[in-house]
Structures are given as C-alpha cells and as structure tokens.
Write a protein that binds this ligand. Structure first.
Ligand code: NAD
Length: 244
C-alpha cells in the first residue's frame, strides 16, 4: 500500500512506538488519527506531525472501554472518508506485584488492553475496511509473544495470543482484501520500560534496546508490502527484521 492520501488510526499514539509510527505514516503522506488515553501526550504527537507539515488529529480513547475503538474509527471516516490503516498498538506491562501475586483486576487490565482491545480493534477495522474495499491492520505483539517471558507471564500470554490471532487471519487478504500482520520487537527504549514499576524490568534499561523508530520502520514494511498477510515480523537490535 502506498500511504500517500491514506487514512490511519494509531492506538497508543501518544508515546513510544505509537508516536514514532504515527510520525512516519504522516511523513509518508497518510492522515493520522492519534488515539490515546493520555490527552497531553496524544496532543503532543499531533503537534509534532503538524509542525512537520503532516495531517493529524487526536481522539481521547481508553481502548479497553466498550465502544471507544468504534468511536475512533467513525472519527477517521468522518474526517478523511475511510479507514485504510489500523495500528492496534496500545499496551501495558503487568507491574508489581508480579504474577502470581498480582490482583485479578490488575492482570485483567493487561489482558483487556493487550489482547481484548486488539481483537476488538481488528474486528471493528475489518468491518469498516470491507465497506471501503480493503485495508491493512498491524498489531503490536512482542518477542515476549514468540518466546516465553518469565518476568511477566500475563504480558507474555497476551502477546502470544496476538501473534496467533494475527497468523490465523492471513486468509482475510484474499477474502476481504484486508491484510493483518503483527510486529514483534524485543526491548525498545520507551516509557513502557523506563517508567516500569517492576524494578526487574526497569533494570533491563541497561541492555541494548531498539529505538521506537526501528519498530516504526518494521510497521511501515508490513503496511507497504502487499504480499504480507498473517505475518509476525520480529525486530531485534543489530539484526535484519525476520518472520517468526
Ligand atoms: P509507551 O508506554 O511508550 O506507549 C504506550 C501508549 O499507550 C501510551 O501513550 C499510553 O498512554 C497509551 N495507553 C495506555 N493505556 C491505554 C489505553 N487503555 N487506551 C489507549 N491508550 C493507552 O509504550 P511502548 O513501548 O511504545 O509500547 C507500545 C506497544 O509496544 C505495547 O503494545 C507494548 O506492549 C509493545 N512493546 C513494547 C516493547 C518495549 O520494550 N517498549 C517491546 C515489545 C513490545
């Protein structure tokens, strides 16, 4: 897909991977709706895109709340006529206390955002894209969804779920002209790690990390290459992205 003149929705677009991807998509000529629970950060991403002469708008969104993803998709259609690209990216870590001591409400929020919202966002995007002839969906998984991550088992389970959900949707490319892929980065230098409440995870800061831009470029590849559907693209420091 050539992004020039296309319309995209980025969840978690106020920070890290979401922000870097929103900026890159806008630079490639797409109009971008930045959706985030944090209005200040989301608004800042829009300002950054505007100052680079791109087109963007912001919608406040808690992706775990019934109806909010649908509302954001309706806003893209209202602003720019249709939804071409959906980036289901917002995600969180479990935090402390680590599993199995985590209270149910706490790990349940991780499942709601990292897994439920990706399924719901994919479903709602497919419905919208079918009506306009097709599109591309990219989900943010993780290397923790390819290999088990004992530091945060619930997070790892949600990301593994995203990988399998995405792979199981490869057939949509032929039946509905909707390509669904996911990106699986290892550690990325973003507030997700630097603000982590779990000291063991915050400590991972000392390891070699990707930059959010590295992940944004992998997302761009999944969008631009029309041959890719049902793929999980891994991104690791110092290596060429590869399919898992
Ligand atoms: P980040 O914390 O920098 O950005 C996440 C954004 O999501 C924030 O702007 C936050 O406000 C927003 N958000 C949080 N809850 C939300 C909700 N309920 N509804 C809507 N928006 C919400 O984190 P990041 O590192 O850019 O993470 C983005 C994605 O990448 C996540 O799915 C994460 O699991 C995944 N990931 C991150 C890493 C890493 O090491 N940072 C590695 C692999 C995968």
């Amino acid at each position: 897909m050539d992004l020039q003149g296309k319309a995209a929705l980025v969840t978690g677009g106020g920070s890290g991977i979401g922000r870097a991807t929103a900026l890159l998509l806008a630079q490639k000529g797409a109009s971008v709706l930045v959706a985030d629970i944090d209005e200040t950060r989301g608004g800042d991403t829009v300002k950054m895109i505007a100052s680079a002469r791109g087109t963007a708008a912001f919608v406040p969104m808690d992706a775990t709340r019934e109806g909010e993803i649908e509302k954001a998709i309706r806003k893209v259609v209202e602003l720019w006529g249709k939804l071409d690209v959906m980036f289901n990216n917002a995600g969180i870590l479990t935090g402390v206390p680590a599993f199995p001591d985590t209270p149910v409400e706490q790990w349940s929020r991780v499942v709601q955002l990292n897994f439920w919202a990706v399924i719901r966002g994919t479903q709602a995007a497919i419905e919208s894209m079918k009506a306009s002839g097709g599109g591309v969906i990219v989900n943010t998984a993780s290397m923790a969804g390819v290999n088990p991550w004992p530091m945060d088992p619930v997070y790892s389970a949600t990301k593994g779920g995203v990988v399998f959900f995405t792979k199981a949707l490869a057939w949509l490319a032929t039946s509905a002209n909707v390509r669904v892929n996911c990106v699986c980065p290892t550690l990325v230098q973003t507030p997700l790690l630097s603000d982590a409440s779990d000291a063991r995870i915050a400590d991972l800061q000392r390891l070699t990390r990707l930059k959010a831009d590295d992940v944004a470029r992998a997302v761009l590849r999944l969008i631009e290459d029309d041959s890719l559907a049902g793929k999980a693209l891994t991104v690791l420091p110092g290596q060429e992205p590869a399919f898992a």
